[in-house]
Design a protein around this ligand. Structure first.
Ligand SMILES: [Zn+2]
Length: 55
């Protein structure tokens, strides 16, 4: 069973908290740090662990 997520994570430029976009949607869709309330977040991508077919 796969969970569909955008996989977008924001990082607060002030406190460095990682805020998943889902979390923002739950809180009204506003781009805002859930820890300190700062409104400048940069979009980052969570490290995707891909299984490279090592031979
Ligand atoms: Zn913050």
């Amino acid at each position: 069973m796969e969970k569909k997520t955008g996989g977008i994570v924001y990082e607060c430029v002030r406190c460095g908290a990682k805020v998943p976009s889902e979390e923002l949607e739950l809180r009204g869709g506003e781009i805002k740090c859930i820890v300190c309330g700062y409104r400048v977040l940069k979009k980052i991508r969570p490290p995707v662990v891909k299984r490279a077919s090592a031979k």
